[in-house]
Each structure stands twice: as C-alpha cells, then as structure tokens.
Design a protein around this ligand. Structure first.
Ligand SMILES: Cc1ncc(COP(=O)(O)O)c(C=O)c1O
Length: 465
C-alpha cells in the first residue's frame, strides 16, 4: 500500500484520474511496481487517497486499455509483463537545441526567401472549405486516397496549367507530392536506369543535396544572362538536365526562346534524355508577356514539368505537382512502392475547391498586384543609389538580385548587414563553383509587410553607406 502513496493535486488542471494513471504507469515502467504485483482494490485506494472510486476505476481502465495491468475475476488488478508491450513511454532527455529566433534576436530587417504576404491570405475561404471537408465529406476523405493525388485536384491542376502556362497534360499525367524535393525524388525513381544530371550553378541547393543523398552523379553548368549555358550541355554525357527557365533560381534570369529550342532539340535526340523544368514562381510575372512553359513547346515528350503551391498559395500548404511525359506516367502507375500519398486529402480537397471556384485565379490576380507594389517600393528606393547597388532579375517572382557596386567585398557587406540587423542571403550561398567576386545578394520581399518596405530599403542603403 505504501507503494501507491502518490501525491494527487486536486487543484491541478490535469484530471485526477489522469494524474493517478500516470503515477501508476510510471511506477510500472520504473520497476517500482513489478510484474504480477497486485494493485489495491478501488475501494481501499479511494479511501486512502480520498478520491472517488469512479476516478480510480477510470485510471485502472486506462491502464488496462494500454496493457499495463490486467484484471483477474474476483481477485483484482495485477501488473502486466511490460516487456511484451510494444513500447514504454518514458520520456528521454533530449539535448537538441531548437533552432529558432527569439523575438529579441530575430533580425529586424529580414529579406527572407520563400516568405509570402500574410495580410491577404484568403483565410475565410479556406475556413469554409475546411468545414466542408470535415463536415460534409468526413467519411469520404477519411479513406486513404490515390497515391498519385486525388483525381479532382489533378484535374484542376491540369486545367489550370493549360490555361496559365500552356502546359499540355491529362490528369493521369499529374502527380502530387508534399514538396518539390519529394517530387524530384519520385522522378529519379522513374528515370532510365542510367541517369546522371546537369544542374544550373547557382541553384536551389535542395536539388544537388537530394541527388547526393540518392548517390546520383551530377555536373554543374554556369548560368549566364539568358540562363544555363546550353552549348556546354552537349559536352557532357549526362542525360538529365534540371532547369528553372522562366525565372532562374536565384539569379532571376529568363531563358530565351533560341536556347529553349536548342535544349529541346538536344533532349529529343535520344529517348533517354529528359529536361526537368521547375516553374516554381512564374505566376507572378510583372513585365512583358507571360512566357509559356518550356513543356508547352515540347513535341517529343522530353520535358518533366514541376511546380508548387508554395508561392501561389502558401509554403505551409505542402503541395507540389509534376506533369510526367506519357511514358513516365505509365511507369509511375506500374510502380508499386512509390513515395506517394503524402498530401492529406483534406488539404487536397481545399485546394481543389479553391481552384474549381475560380477563387485561385482571382487570388493570383490580386497577389500579383500586391507583390508588384511591394517590388516597386523597393526598386524605386534602391534605384536612387546606383553607386551603391544595382538590381537584376526583378521581372518575376518574389525575389531579385542586388549587386553591390561600391567596392565592398562580400564579407564586408555581410558584416555590415549583420551589424544593422539585416537578414539577407549572399548569392554565393547558392553557388557551387567560384564566380566573379562582386558581391551579390538575393533579396526576398514577399513576406515584408507593406508598412515596413520603406524602412527595410532605407536600412539596406544605410548599411552600405
Ligand atoms: C527553385 C525552387 N523550386 C521549388 C521551390 C519550392 O519548393 P517546395 O514545393 O518544396 O516548397 C522553391 C522555393 O523557394 C525554389 O526556389
């Protein structure tokens, strides 16, 4: 009886039966209560701890449900052999420091890439779609869905891509995953057995990191004024090229039509060559005519088109999509163990409703204006200081490149930005081979509140003066 002399705190917000359950469970896990030992009867323990028998009944019932104790008819409750339980839930001490900024240490002027405008997110609509998903469709959506992604969402994506980017597809060719990185992982499982990559330099670093993890060889090819140097591609034996032709990440340059045609010719010369086109942010083009996706020019089924809702809806929505050439789509459907079914069906439903009701298109039109205004405030301010910095790659997306031309080295700029509480990435962070030492920085503006844009720009200039 002494063994169950637990301290129960009746004023605590945790229910008493849970406190008792946890104390007995911990005593069993720690070995203070041993296998086969009899627990006191509900009446005795209730009297002893001055709590109701119903409370004890609830605690014992929970312990029985989880297998910590068992009951024998007319004898009482006994401690089980916990070695046979699937796991014991003692909390381990974990010494990992979470990487997060506290309010005080967060840089006050953050030009973050990947951040979006929060003030205009259509919360009201998403609340409505979530309600529909959990109320009306609760039984349907609780079932495991198609590993390729829900058909209705794939239908919407296929329709949208044709109208907005000229991408030709059927829903059967569309696959859905949680991230661009995951799509690339799936795609590499479908590519011809012998596949090696050519990558842009600089690049979205997740791509070479993924290939390294999968032990897939790759070469870097430098990016120039009009994208990857297409002439260099023919010099390698590699059969796959990954590019961001509409808005090269991170330089922001656009691949011209001539180079697009050359690249398609290169790919169509061999059935095992493919181009992976990552079209991550082309919804937001501010100047000139929209450039159709490379896939729209592809007559030979050589382009694998990849994009994401991370910019067009939100990075937390975790939906990226690919359009596979027909041959690869067939292969996908025949592959049994593929990394599919990773996006919750409720989220797929919400996004599909957003698209089907034309609200997505309206949202994009609204956001394009908002991001253009944000960009213009920064460009108007920074362009007054041509002796300090120059801008490039600002026609599309939510970032552009600032080249520092006042003679400071990259390291000096980094130190100054740090001292001025500015968070901005040097372009060299995305580069794998050394280049011209003129310091260049990638300035993300999507997440900066409208009221803060001017002081962000001022601070940047202030740091450079
Ligand atoms: C080149 C590129 N591709 C894809 C993404 C988005 O990837 P995800 O769909 O994993 O959010 C980004 C994000 O910044 C990017 O820069």
């Amino acid at each position: 009886m002494e063994m169950l002399m637990f301290h129960i705190d009746k004023s605590h917000k945790q229910p008493i039966y849970m406190q008792l359950y946890e104390k007995i469970r911990n005593s069993i896990i720690n070995g203070q209560l041993q296998e086969g030992e009899k627990l006191p009867s509900k009446r005795l323990l209730g009297d002893y701890l001055s709590i109701s028998q119903t409370t004890i009944e609830n605690a014992y019932a929970q312990l029985m449900d989880e297998g910590y104790i068992y009951s024998k008819q007319r004898s009482g409750f006994f401690v089980s052999d916990i070695d046979t339980l699937p796991l014991t839930t003692t909390q381990r001490e974990i010494n990992i420091t979470p990487i997060s900024y506290t309010e005080a240490s967060a840089p006050r002027y953050a030009f973050q890439l990947g951040a979006i405008d929060k003030a205009h997110f259509p919360f009201e609509l998403f609340r409505k779609y979530a309600k529909e998903a959990f109320d009306t469709l609760q039984h349907t959506l609780i079932e495991a869905g198609d590993q390729q992604g829900d058909f209705t969402l794939r239908q919407q994506i296929s329709h949208y891509l044709f109208h907005s980017r000229g991408v030709q597809s059927t829903p059967e060719q569309v696959i859905i995953a949680s991230s661009t990185e995951q799509l690339l992982s799936i795609i590499t499982d479908l590519l011809p057995e012998q596949h090696t990559f050519m990558l842009e330099d600089p690049i979205y670093p997740q791509v070479p990191q993924l290939l390294s993890r999968k032990h897939i060889p790759y070469h870097f090819i430098p990016v120039q004024q009009d994208g990857i140097q297409v002439e260099q591609i023919a010099q390698y034996d590699d059969n796959i090229v990954y590019i961001t032709p509409s808005h090269q990440f991170p330089t922001g340059v656009t691949m011209n039509l001539q180079n697009r045609i050359k690249l398609l010719k290169w790919a169509s010369a061999h059935p095992e060559r493919y181009i992976i086109e990552d079209d991550y942010d082309s919804e937001f083009r501010y100047e000139g005519k929209p450039i159709p996706a490379l896939q729209s020019l592809d007559k030979a089924e050589r382009v694998i088109y990849v994009s994401t809702f991370s910019k067009s809806i939100a990075p937390s929505i975790r939906i990226a999509y690919a359009v596979l050439p027909i041959q690869l789509a067939k292969q996908y459907q025949q592959t049994i163990n593929i990394e599919g079914g990773t996006v919750p069906r409720h989220t797929q439903y919400m996004v599909s409703r957003f698209m089907e009701s034309n609200q997505f298109e309206r949202h994009l039109n609204r956001m394009r204006k908002i991001y253009r205004q944000k960009r213009d405030v920064l460009l108007d301010y920074l362009s007054q200081y041509p002796d300090l910095c120059q801008i490039s790659g600002a026609q599309t997306g939510m970032h552009f490149v600032v080249t520092i031309v006042n003679g400071l080295s990259e390291q000096e700029c980094i130190q100054r930005f740090k001292a001025h509480a500015i968070d901005i990435q040097p372009l060299s962070h995305y580069r794998f081979h050394a280049d011209n030492p003129t310091p260049r920085f990638v300035l993300g503006f999507g997440g900066i509140e409208d009221s803060q844009l001017a002081n962000h720009a001022e601070q940047l200039i202030h740091a450079l003066q």
